[in-house]
Design a protein around this ligand. Sequence first.
Ligand code: AMP
Ligand code: ZN
Length: 117
Amino acid sequence: MPEQLDGCLFCTLAREGDHVAKGGGFVAIRDINPVADVHLLVLPERHVDTFRDVSAFSAEESGRMLAFIADTAREAGLEDYRVIVNAGAGAGQTVFHLHWHILGWTSGAAPGMVGFR
Ligand code: AMP
Ligand code: ZN
């Protein structure tokens, strides 16, 4: 897979978006259409289509990606939160550049699992 894919929205946002956090080849941005009080997206800077291709990352890179997600949530003030990946259109994936949703609720408990898209 190319490092960057021409015309990919998240390749562009990884390069020049409004980053909540950045480091080690990953960035976090605010979801434009939040479905929780805090709704962040973590993206690798390099283009990978979906979670199905997660083996494109080395074990070390995968570990850093997971640590980046947890660090981003903590820095956003979240202790309790959900991390969700939609893998494939049938699961609700609409942007085909791997991204992890971080969802946190500051005004009460998280809703039940049913209802994420
Ligand atoms: P998914 O449906 O899992 O592919 O998630 C894609 C997410 O990207 C959705 O939650 C959208 O609201 C979000 N999104 C789409 N365009 C933008 C954008 N320009 N900036 C930030 N988030 C976006
Ligand atoms: Zn991309």
